[in-house]
Design a protein around this ligand. Structure first.
Ligand code: GUN
Ligand code: ZN
Length: 446
């Protein structure tokens, strides 16, 4: 990061979504401006439009970051990621339950050390920004200090984050378990400290049904009742062995979703990671409660968990109740571009496509809506935070070579970005209008 100062405007090609795209070719869902300008005031977008219309109104000495062929879109939003798992990525050869015991629960114990947590937090946020992600919903470790490290770093960078300490009081190593009481008390204290402090929000975070006793789920239910403003994040129906284990631990529940339902944990602020192996009844219940299904394709492929059934959910789910996320470190990439590219492949295996318009909308406005943050982020519109990313569809030789054949076709360019793009395609990332990552060390010609 070489130029931490804040420009008053950013110039380039703008993609502005007006509505959720119905599919490929839905040109009414967006506006494209070939030479556009986003002006910034107090960290928010002041105006969006044609550069020729807006430039004249700027004071003469204004700094304008100009990215002549850069494509400017809202910063990406990652609604399911594990902060303590950046050193778990690429752990070989296991499916979910073995992977948790063999790799993840070992690594997460290191977050008892606040110095380790602080160092990993710096890496984590650098990596998000290099990948163009400006907002995320994260699981921290069981240790309250991991939450402090996480939010201290995101606050320092002015980023909008949602996160919480995992509550887990069984089926994990003793060094990684809390109790129903300490999970409740620690959550309450962290929530009081961080929730709505600046751009930070606290998420009540029971890890998943397998690692919480009935007593802990009771305590979680109490938190949900006391703090209805807070998100709840957990995992649901990711892996068949996991579902069998839930069945044996909760024999009186009607199914996996019902474990959460009977404790009052479903609702529009509830984020259910994976949601792969669902019954029709479960999909109906998720729709009734407005709960969000979070699709994590790179993780689902890497852990061999299964193929997310988007069509099954779309048929029953109200708009804005599906999200797309990395799930690092079961997921294999911090890049939302890579994540969208793998989502396309998973959906192809389910006999469905995923158009570039749908993908780019989902990574930005769609995920913002799923998180209830649509008024703040996810769209290039006045009043929203100026959290932006500048993309480069010619970032690698193979991309540049392919671009020679698709010059001028926006949807093809977007599809190239999600199929071949990754952190190398992120030229710059802005947080509240401030340059937070510059791939080439400069912000763009003035
Ligand atoms: N289920 C419970 N914990 C986890 C986790 O850390 N990663 C994934 N992918 N699934 C989980
Ligand atoms: Zn997860």
């Amino acid at each position: 990061m070489t130029q931490p100062s804040t420009p008053s405007a950013i110039r380039g090609r703008l993609l502005i979504f007006l509505a959720p795209p119905a599919g490929a070719g839905d040109s009414a869902s967006y506006r494209y401006i070939a030479d556009g300008l986003v002006t910034i005031r107090d960290g928010r977008i002041a105006a969006v439009g044609e550069a020729r219309d807006l430039l004249g109104a700027l004071p003469a000495d204004t700094r304008v970051d100009h990215h002549p062929d850069g494509l400017i879109v809202p910063g990406f939003i990652d609604p399911h990621i594990h902060f303590p798992q950046t050193q778990v990525i690429a752990s070989y050869g296991a499916q979910l339950l073995e992977w948790l015991q063999k790799y993840t629960f070992v690594e997460e114990q290191r977050f008892a050390d606040p110095h380790h947590a602080a160092e990993q937090a710096r890496f984590f946020f650098d990596e998000l920004l290099r990948n163009g992600t400006t907002t995320a919903t994260a699981f921290c470790s069981v240790h309250p200090a991991s939450v402090d490290a996480f939010f201290a770093e995101s606050e320092r960078r002015g980023m909008a984050m949602i996160a919480g300490k995992v509550m887990m009081d069984r089926n994990a190593p003793p060094a990684l378990t809390d109790t129903a009481e300490t999970g409740y008390e620690d959550t309450k204290a962290l929530l009081a400290k961080w929730h709505r402090r600046g751009r930070q929000r606290y998420a009540i975070t029971p890890r998943f049904a397998i690692t919480s006793t009935e007593a802990q789920l009771e305590a979680t239910a109490a938190l949900a009742r006391e703090f209805p403003d807070n998100h709840i994040q957990t995992h649901l129906s990711e892996n068949l062995a996991e579902i069998e284990t839930v069945r044996s631990l909760f024999p009186s529940a009607r199914g996996y979703l019902d474990v959460y339902d009977r404790y009052g944990l479903l609702g529009p602020r509830t984020l259910l990671g994976h949601s792969i192996h669902l019954t029709d009844g479960e999909r109906r219940r998720m729709a009734e409660t407005g709960s969000v299904a979070v699709f994590c394709p790179t993780s689902n492929l890497f852990l061999g968990s299964g193929l997310f059934n988007l069509d099954g959910l779309i048929r029953q789910t109200p708009a804005g109740r599906i999200a797309l996320a990395t799930d690092v470190g079961g997921g294999t990439s911090f890049s939302m571009l890579r994540t969208a590219g793998e989502a396309y492949k998973v959906l192809q295996l389910n006999g469905r496509s995923f158009s570039a318009l749908e993908a780019f909308h989902q990574m930005t406005a769609g995920n913002a809506a799923a998180l209830g943050l649509a008024d703040e982020v996810g769209t290039l519109a006045p009043g929203r935070y100026a959290d932006l990313v500048v993309l480069d569809a010619r970032a690698t030789p193979a991309m540049a070579n392919r671009m020679q054949r698709i010059d001028g076709d926006l949807e093809e360019e977007l599809f190239l970005l999600m199929t071949l793009g990754d952190d190398r395609a992120v030229r710059a990332t802005y947080v509240q209008g401030r340059l937070a990552h510059a791939r080439d060390g400069v912000a763009g010609a003035a």
